[in-house]
Design a protein around this ligand. Structure first.
Ligand code: 3HC
Length: 287
């Protein structure tokens, strides 16, 4: 396949990751269509993006006019039909294989035949997601890291049937978004999560083994290992539910005990302690 020149990007799902990706796209000059399931959720994402762009203006790293122009490039919709004009659609919905398969098979009936479809999945197989469409060669992984506007990496994941053109086009978009893209194949957890998930799970097991507090564990890993944030703060940021799901997905594929989520964190998920987004995880948050 020949990849189109990417001018318009669609983002499906404007939660923490999707809104961060949409922010990157509008800042990089792309016309961007963001889709949420309700107008309210879409507006919430726009406000979140407007807030972070305002912080950049306050700090003098973005002009007032540039902020306004970036926000003008964002259009919100609740309808997938609006992705008909997109050259690249990035999916950032819930980490549920069934939901992603249904979405990709619907997207295939809407987007142009040469448009590229990307998934931001953390731990599901891009190849399995690509199987939902008859033109699997146009499907790739574009795995961003939380918080997407701040973390420099994007993993460009080549699935079993991804075409070279689609992978190259996604890589070029990653560069234009200001990221440091890397190429990798579709193995469980790709590169970073394959390493980070068992490592963070080890940290959480040490909480009980060494009878150390979350604060002290975080201090241990920031002050003793040079991590930018401690594991408890990190899991609160990523989302306890997201971390449990990614751990379970990797454990299912690899059967390595270190991948399995420690019982303590599964109990937290079941109790609704989801981290920052629910106001409480290892720590308590204002909003
Ligand atoms: N979106 C957009 N902008 C944001 C933001 C967000 N979510 N969060 C913060 N910002 C902006 C804010 O405007 C903030 O300034 P303000 O507080 O004055 O308004 C500005 O960025 C700078 O924020 P910080 O001062 O908090 O930045 P730091 O220098 O402290 O760095 C960090 C923050 C980059 C998050 C750093 O702590 C870090 O690198 N942490 C590690 C994060 C990490 O490991 N992420 C990967 C998680 S794993 C993953 O995502 C995989 C997935 O598949 C699960």
């Amino acid at each position: 396949m020949t990849a189109p020149e990417i001018r318009t990007i669609g983002v499906v799902g404007l939660g923490a990751m999707g809104s961060g990706i949409a922010q990157l796209a509008i800042e990089a000059g792309y016309a961007t269509v963001g889709r949420e399931v309700s107008d309210d959720l879409g507006e919430r994402a726009r406000e979140r993006i407007a807030h972070f762009l305002q912080r950049k203006v306050d700090k003098g790293t973005l002009g007032v006019d540039e902020r306004a122009a970036a926000l003008d490039r964002l259009s919100l919709t609740t309808s997938l039909a609006d992705f008909g004009r997109c050259d690249l659609v990035i999916e950032a919905i819930v980490e549920d294989l069934g939901a992603k398969l249904a979405l990709f098979s619907e997207l295939e009936t809407i987007v142009r035949p040469d448009a590229i479809l990307a998934t931001n999945t953390s731990a599901l197989s891009v190849t399995e997601i690509a199987a939902a469409v008859s033109t699997s060669e146009r499907v790739v992984g574009m795995h961003f890291f939380n918080p997407a506007p701040l973390m420099p990496l994007v993993e460009i994941v080549q699935a079993e049937l991804s075409s070279r053109a689609a992978v190259d086009a996604a890589y070029t978009v990653g560069e234009r978004l200001g990221k440091r893209p890397i190429r990798c194949h579709d193995t469980p957890g790709f590169v970073v999560n394959r390493i980070l998930i068992p490592l963070v799970n080890d940290c959480l097991r040490v909480l009980d083994e060494a009878r150390v507090s979350p604060e002290d564990l975080d201090t241990a890993m920031t002050a003793g290992a040079g991590w930018p944030m401690g594991p408890c703060t990190l899991v609160d940021l990523v989302g306890i539910d997201v971390h449990v799901h990614a751990s379970e997905a990797l454990y299912e594929k690899l059967r390595e005990p270190r991948m399995a989520p420690p019982p303590r964190i599964v109990a937290m998920k079941n109790a609704g302690l989801l981290g920052r987004k629910s106001g409480r995880g290892f720590y308590t948050y204002d909003s």
